[in-house]
Design a protein around this ligand. Structure first.
Ligand SMILES: [Zn+2]
Ligand SMILES: [Zn+2]
Length: 244
């Protein structure tokens, strides 16, 4: 499994980087975790073709994690002449949310028939579901409840990747990431700042509680962007590529 960090900034592009998106390339196909407004730019910059993406899984309904979807769909129709199926997975209500944001951005899907099969999958916190090339189980996180925040446990190629999306600290977090070959967590702040996002100080103090192969911090705000690569815990960066 190859993992490429397409975007690793907070919602506001701290450090001139792109917002959250992670590309996972498995033998069974390609998967994108979150699709931000800057994600298409990132894919183009990194040489990742949209056609290589069979499924997109959304962690929650904040624009910096899913507002790139209308552009991805529009490009699939008009630029890519896509014919292969696309799966879009997310918290319950994902289809209505995606249609709503597409409409608001002026790219409404309406009742038009797309030239490729589009499947929406509502992720479940109780069981693992097949989403295109991967098996995904969701877990509840601690973030603004109206955004239906979920983390994702993604299994493919006999590897397990766990991704929090956005979250503040909650006691079950180490359990939710346990056993993952790669765990990727929100770390927006350096010092505790806002209850719905994690910070380096909190994570470093609890580092001994995580039992995963490798822990990477992402969704980095300004203070974290400045310090990235110089901290005890490993930080992600745009374009970082890992083989699992
Ligand atoms: Zn975010
Ligand atoms: Zn959020």
């Amino acid at each position: 499994m190859r993992v490429v960090f397409v975007g690793t900034s907070d919602a506001f592009g701290a450090g001139g980087r792109r917002q959250s998106a992670i590309f996972v390339e498995a033998r069974s196909g390609g998967l994108l975790l979150d699709c931000a407004p800057t994600t298409l730019t990132g894919l183009a910059a990194l040489g990742i073709e949209r056609a290589a993406i069979d499924a997109i899984a959304i962690s929650h309904f904040h624009g910096d994690h899913f507002a790139g979807l209308p552009l991805f769909l529009l490009a699939a129709v008009h630029e890519d002449q896509r014919r292969e199926a696309l799966w879009i997975a997310g918290p319950p209500g994902v289809e209505a949310r995606v249609r709503g944001v597409a409409e608001a951005m002026g790219f409404g899907l309406g009742s038009r028939t797309l030239p490729f099969p589009l499947h929406f999958v509502e992720l479940d916190t109780d069981r693992e579901l097949t989403v295109g090339p991967a098996r995904i189980a969701a877990f509840a996180t601690y973030h603004q409840p109206e955004a239906q925040p979920h983390g994702l446990r993604v299994a493919a190629d006999r590897r397990l990747l766990a991704y929090t999306g956005d979250t503040g600290w909650f006691e079950e977090l180490p359990t939710r990431l346990a056993g993952a070959d790669l765990a990727i967590t929100d770390c927006t702040f350096f010092e505790p700042g806002f209850e719905y996002h994690l910070d380096y100080t909190t994570l470093a103090a609890r580092a001994g509680r995580f039992s995963c192969g490798r822990l990477l911090l992402t969704h980095l705000g300004p203070a974290m962007a400045e310090r990235r690569g110089r901290l005890e815990l490993e930080t992600a960066d745009d374009g970082l590529t890992l083989e699992l």
